[in-house]
Design a protein. Structure first.
Length: 134
């Protein structure tokens, strides 16, 4: 099954990125605003900053353009979109840094992340047990 295989091979860095995404998604769901300006601004910033990040990942000494993996490229554009939309939506919501003002929202976010980490850990543990490695 592709999802199980993906979770088995999930690196620590990508696991952390998924945790960030879960936190972003919960904040978007709780504070969604359908105003087109927010989303168009986020798309515009994503295009500008994503292009800059893509350029910055190139090897300048070679002088050749080397495209990173398609998922890396996707993340280089997704992260600025998430940051700009997050900041626009929570601007007046009473957040302290990245933390919502209510215990319920914080507990829900922490619980969803903990559940995700438990699933990843379980899948990896099962995979290691199946092949007999610690």
């Amino acid at each position: 099954m592709p999802l199980i295989r993906y979770l088995q091979n999930l690196s620590t860095g990508r696991t952390i990125l998924w945790c960030y995404f879960i936190w972003w998604l919960l904040s978007i769901v709780n504070h969604f605003d359908g105003t087109p300006r927010i989303w168009l601004t986020s798309v515009g910033l994503s295009a500008i900053i994503g292009a800059a990040l893509l350029i910055s990942t190139q090897t300048p000494a070679s002088g050749r353009w080397i495209w990173p993996d398609r998922w890396v490229t996707f993340r280089l554009f997704l992260m600025p979109f998430c940051v700009s939309s997050f900041s626009a939506l929570v601007k007046s919501a009473g957040y302290l840094l990245i933390f919502p003002p209510t215990l319920r929202e914080n507990a829900t976010g922490a619980s969803l992340i903990a559940l995700f980490l438990l699933v990843v850990w379980s899948v990896k543990k099962t995979a290691h047990a199946a092949i007999g490695t610690p």
